[in-house]
Design a protein around this ligand. Structure first.
Ligand SMILES: NC(=O)c1ccc[n+]([C@@H]2O[C@H](COP(=O)([O-])OP(=O)(O)OC[C@H]3O[C@@H](n4cnc5c(N)ncnc54)[C@H](OP(=O)(O)O)[C@@H]3O)[C@@H](O)[C@H]2O)c1
Length: 294
């Protein structure tokens, strides 16, 4: 087995490489810059991977508003290069995407299905949707949309909401958290397991080509997620709910971007635990002293 994982130093790429073990060919910017089209074609011709899982991305949602060209180069043009290389090798391409492709009207409460029309609001989200379309240029493609990723505590490079809350929780007595964005924060080990199932690594073969939603079960807001993090971590803080407008981030976020995972579960993939149970797995590991817990 030889699965090329791009963005291998990132949260999801790193976890996929960990789960794949010797079957992974980890690639990141120091070994393969995805903005180098000819470099990609040559590398994959030599490598002849059985599948490519693209976890590389420009993921700084707010910074993307200031440098759309850089964001586009990684999230769109690089995926075009990857799709072309995969097409030439007749190799499946798994492209990781995001819940942010949906607009998510504030009063919506119906989880988005794969067949719903995307309507991205930010530069990051627009480039991720364009990247999905680039990936689909290769007939053998799987597009996996996920949300609010947090890697296991042992991943020291990763930066994510849970880690930020636990850091702030040990230095602050009060925090203001956005309470009007509804989504499903998802634990990277669970998402990685589902991706390997869809890709056919841990199943009898790849899933039918197309788009899949993969997130932990249930839905919450960043405010309620933070409250649950501090409850499980035995930290006492005063939390103030604020609106997205009050928070004032440069990039627009969907007020509602819960994803319907029926299509994934219909294939019999590994379970995606409820978001509180997923968080409990993280916190349990974090509480072990070497992972920075109390
Ligand atoms: N994080 C989330 O909450 C979230 C939510 C929904 C969907 N997603 C999607 O899930 C996927 C994985 O996200 P993640 O959080 O694991 O990302 P991440 O931790 O930011 O990792 C992305 C990796 O891609 C690398 N990269 C950037 N530009 C590159 C280039 N030109 N060539 C090669 N590698 C390059 C990055 O390197 P540098 O660090 O050096 O830039 C980094 O190692 C992405 O497609 C993302 O859009 C993420």
């Amino acid at each position: 087995m030889k699965i090329a994982v791009t963005g291998a130093y990132g949260q999801l790429g790193g976890e996929l490489c960990r789960q794949l073990g010797d079957g992974a060919v980890p690639l990141d910017i120091d070994t393969l810059d995805l903005t180098d089209g000819p470099g990609i074609a040559k590398r994959f011709r030599d490598l002849k991977p059985q599948a490519v899982i693209n976890c590389a991305a420009y993921t700084q949602v707010d910074q993307a508003e200031k440098e759309p060209g850089v964001c586009r180069a990684v999230n769109v043009t690089a995926v075009e290069h990857l799709a072309r290389a995969c097409r030439q090798l007749d190799c499946p391409l798994v492209q990781i995407s995001t819940d942010y492709v949906f607009h998510g009207e504030a009063d919506r409460r119906a989880p988005y299905r794969e067949s719903d029309s995307p309507s991205p609001q930010s530069v990051y989200a627009q480039t991720k949707l364009a990247g999905e379309r680039s990936a689909a240029q290769n007939a053998k493609h799987l597009i996996v949309r996920t949300c609010g990723l947090y890697a296991r505590p042992a991943d020291e490079r990763a930066s994510h909401f849970v880690k930020t809350m636990l850091r702030l929780g040990s230095t602050r007595s009060e925090l203001r958290i956005v309470a009007d964005q509804h989504c499903t924060p998802s634990y990277v080990p669970h998402v990685a397991r589902a991706v390997l199932f869809l890709a056919g690594v841990t199943s009898r073969g790849p899933a039918p080509w197309g788009v899949y939603h993969v997130v932990n079960d249930g839905a919450t807001t960043w405010f309620d997620f933070a409250r649950e993090i501090f409850r499980q971590a035995d930290m006492e803080l005063s939390l103030q709910p604020i609106t997205t407008v009050e928070y004032g981030a440069p990039a627009a976020r969907p007020p509602y971007s819960v994803l319907d995972t029926t299509k994934y579960h219909a294939l019999g993939g590994p379970p995606m635990p409820d978001w509180k149970a997923a968080l409990a797995e993280y916190i349990q590991q974090w509480k072990r002293p070497r992972h920075g817990g109390p």
